[in-house]
Write a protein that binds this ligand. Structure first.
Ligand SMILES: Cc1ncc(COP(=O)(O)O)c(C=O)c1O
Length: 480
């Protein structure tokens, strides 16, 4: 090994670093090949005209990077010269980390939907969100503009969330027949976060959540990621079959029931009043707590539906969820959970450990929506518009799907649960529709056995896209 080089003692680069760079370059350029013996520390120090300690530091660095290896008695050798090792120590194997993560990934179809939703070229026939035309941007501007001079500190809020918003919610809920003082309300960043907090805060690993079959909850892994299972209970036109619950609870060790009684996602069904009463009684007898997800409750289109389960709950068995996502704006990320104080405090404590509370700006804006009365005013407009869209969707279905599908006529919310009569391959239909610029929400996302179903939403696509998209979809299905 020729050593006719010396570090520059006037350079700002430390001597040991210059030596490392020099030796790396030798190895990298193939001049010092794998297996080459490195001269002794003494020889190197002499050749480079530096202290031995400087050489030791440089060799340690090269060893740490995996380029050379020193064996007692056997001298030091070059052991690697790959490019990846030249630049840095080998990078961590992130793929192995990603696969080891506790939270399961989204279903592949959901991942595809989530990506495609931001491509404006698609007509979105299944999206469960208000259309941009229905998001009350003008009211929002009015609220924010008027509040500007009265904005609070915008520091962290107390654990259960802004007291002003909780007071507003308390009176809003009163009008639904729900008695909830502010101390039994927790503000969350959307109803989905409430589910996350419940899964982490009050359930054992291995518990089973009973739920409607199909259900929105099957499209996520909120409970599964906390080590729980979901078990679907059949529904009929009146909602979940309450009489089957004792059997399901026993055979699956059910710990809790999750239900969407009003304008169910994905079927659009409304649980009848009789069924609500029966469900409450069955759950009371079974000592089975209920999560009532009422995020669509205010979106009745023909007449007010039955009161929430929570309105009849005197024993504190129901945890009630609401949100501004489906009525005002999902981007605000404001929801609430109502329940016994002990549970709410527990969930609030976990929320503090998770994110220190939802955005105080969003909470302020949400409180303004209620206190100004704009929420009710806006709901009246949204109902009108959703009614029109529902009509267009149903008319288009009648015109183009009567031979090939069956469906319900929803009384509110966003969804039509479309059963396709000819046998379809869900994956193929999803892909073919995408090729034609249509984004679908296939039924098997909500129930693995619902492969003949599609969740159609009349809330998102514009009226003309709704018509055009549905017509095109019927052609695709007929041509299969
Ligand atoms: C039944 C149901 N619950 C909860 C959510 C999530 O709502 P948020 O945006 O309030 O988290 C949705 C959204 O699709 C939903 O359909």
């Amino acid at each position: 090994m020729m050593l006719n080089w010396k570090p520059d003692k006037h350079s700002s680069i430390p001597l040991h670093k210059q030596i490392v760079d020099y030796m790396k370059e030798k190895i990298m350029m193939g001049e010092w090949t794998v297996g080459s013996k490195i001269p002794t520390q003494r020889k190197l120090a002499a050749a480079f005209n530096v202290n031995r300690s400087t050489v030791v530091t440089a060799l340690e660095e090269l060893k740490a990077e995996g380029l050379i290896e020193g064996r007692s008695g056997g001298g030091t050798k070059v052991i690697n010269n790959t490019w990846s090792l030249m630049t840095l120590a080998p990078p961590p194997n992130w793929n192995a980390y990603v696969e080891a993560g506790i939270h399961p990934p989204n279903l592949p179809t959901i991942q595809e939907i989530n990506r495609a939703e931001f491509d404006p070229a698609f007509i979105r026939l299944g999206t469960g969100e208000l259309s941009p035309e229905l998001i009350p941007v003008a009211f929002m501007g009015q609220i924010i503009g008027q509040s500007y001079n009265r904005l609070p500190q915008l520091g962290y809020e107390e654990p259960k969330g802004s007291i002003r918003l909780r007071e507003q919610l308390s009176s809003y809920l009163r009008a639904k027949g729900i008695y909830a003082s502010p101390s039994s309300i927790l503000i969350v960043s959307g109803a989905l976060q409430a589910l996350q907090l419940i899964s982490l805060g009050i359930l054992h690993k291995g518990s089973t959540i009973l739920l409607e079959k199909p259900s929105y909850l099957n499209s996520l892994h909120v409970f599964q990621s906390a080590g729980m299972n979901l078990e679907g209970v059949p529904m009929d036109e009146d909602g979940i079959k309450a009489s089957l619950i004792p059997h399901y609870k026993k055979s699956h060790a059910g710990a809790l029931l999750y239900t969407i009684p009003s304008f169910h996602n994905p079927t659009g069904a409304v649980m009848s009043l009789e069924r609500r009463m029966q469900l409450l009684e069955v759950c009371r007898n079974e000592q089975l707590p209920i999560i009532e997800d009422d995020v669509y409750g205010d979106l009745w289109l023909d007449e007010k539906g039955p009161e929430p389960l929570k309105a009849f709950d005197q024993s504190g068995s129901v945890l009630y969820l609401g949100s501004l996502s489906k009525t005002v704006s999902p981007g605000l990320r404001i929801g609430w959970v109502v329940g016994p104080e002990a549970v709410i405090s527990r969930l609030a404590d976990i929320k503090m450990q998770t994110d220190y509370g939802s955005s105080s700006l969003s909470q302020w804006v949400a409180a303004e929506w209620f206190s100004t009365g704009l929420y009710e005013e806006h709901l009246t407009q949204v109902r009108e518009q959703l009614k029109e869209r529902r009509q267009i969707a149903l008319q288009t279905l009648n015109r183009h799907f009567s031979e090939i599908a069956e469906w319900n006529e929803p009384k509110g919310g966003f969804y039509i649960w479309l059963r396709i009569l000819p046998k379809i391959n869900t994956r193929e239909l999803f892909k073919k529709a995408m090729e034609h610029g249509i984004l679908l929400n296939p039924g098997n996302v909500y129930d693995v056995h619902a492969s003949q179903f599609l969740r159609i939403s009349y809330s998102y696509a514009s009226a003309s896209d709704l018509e055009k998209g549905l017509q095109l979809l019927s052609t695709i299905i007929k041509k299969r």
